[in-house]
Design a binder for this molecule. Sequence first.
Ligand code: FPP
Length: 234
Amino acid sequence: MIENLYKIPNHVAIIMDGNGRWAKRRGLERVYGHREGVKAVERAIKFARNVGIKYLTLFAFSTENWQRPQEEVNAIMSLLVEYINEKMPMLLENDIKLIFMGRKEGLWDNVLKAMEKGEKETAHCKSMTVVITLNYSGRAEIVDTVNRIIKSGVKQINEESFRNFLYNPDIPDPDLLIRTSGEKRISNFLLWQLAYTELYFTQTLWPDFDEEEFLKALYDYQSRERRFGKVLDE
Ligand code: FPP
């Protein structure tokens, strides 16, 4: 156990930003940044598993990211497929369940197949859940949720019943959101789920995000007092 780490968030979500800048600073193509970013993904998953975080959600590709150059979109998709296929033994060894979240429409067949395989083969794992958001945006999720409610015929809704129509109602809301690379935005990430999440921003670019950086975010989280809109007893 790491020294003085006592309040482990149940669910950490990460906006993995700065791959492009990491590559540019080295005079490399953006794609190299994403490739290095995958190594940081691996480090983050293993670290989270070791400290006992139960859910780790990673923002891999947003609905807006389709607007990037075709070559870059291809590279990110290929990295994802490669990652799912190559890392299956690591996920199984560590008892990690893989879940994908986002719109399936528009995703290529090979990507859908890899996602399906990843989810199926890890479905029995219980120690940690890694959620990869792909072709995801928070507003799209809310719109899809409302459409599902209309389709179901339900006439009235409250916050709890609304939740049941979200993409993954069983996943608890994130306790901590980390965004790398210095930007201080939510960027259409889990809009419904982040209502009471603690936010942590770091200048570190995603490919440089390592165990030490993750730990810094956890220490910072540990110092926060979460009141959920209430007044806490003295
Ligand atoms: C943000 O950096 C990064 C992305 C949009 C892609 C993230 C994808 C990966 C790390 C690869 C695959 C993921 C998994 C889960 C295996 P940016 O390109 O926006 O950087 P910039 O802001 O510096 O341009």
